[in-house]
Design a protein around this ligand. Sequence first.
Ligand code: HEM
Length: 190
Amino acid sequence: MENPAITRFSGVAEGEWCIVQSQAICGDGLAQAPCLAMTGAATAPAADAVWSLTGVSSNIRYTTATERSRLTSAQAPLGRPEARLAALIPIRKNAAWWELAQDERRQIFEERSRHIRIGMDYLPAIARKLHHCRDTGGPFDFLTWFEFAPEAESDFNKMVDRLRVTEEWRYVEREVDIRLKQLNSRDATL
Ligand code: HEM
């Protein structure tokens, strides 16, 4: 039976999202593909897939109860019709990060890097979902997924710029920034 927590992202010839740009921010990039397909893990990657990454949605690790309730009241769901742009940003952190204790990682992640506070500045315009994949043997630790309307694209870019200069990002050893637009977009100028 299909596990709904598992999502497979594949770089394919035909899919629901068109890949506008795929850029290696740090470490190796991913092979170029015209489209992205999102399926469940039970669906085998298409024969023409040039890459395939699988992640699982999981419990929170660092978020406090207060932060969670602020996020819940501010965030928007995925799948909004106006959110015709998306970003898939696969990330791997280095061994030094994973050698830290949970409380040390929280200190860096939020007390010093302000990851959640920075991200909150961009809600509800940016909808997000975090997929974990460190323990499944893939090339990344996280597959981060974001959806937004074209009007929010410059704010999204500002947010990633702010995050990438934080202490947390010193532990990122591979990051690929894949930008997408919906193929069935009604706005031909996108
Ligand atoms: C839309 C604004 C954003 C918000 C509100 C946000 C919020 C969060 C929260 C609450 C967590 C912690 C989940 C937990 O407790 O386990 C998290 C984790 C994470 N976020 Fe963000 N985030 C945002 C944007 C981003 C962006 C733009 C990136 C990538 C460029 C990103 C990458 C990550 C990664 C990799 C993790 C996992 C960190 C780890 O477990 O070591 N986030 N985010």
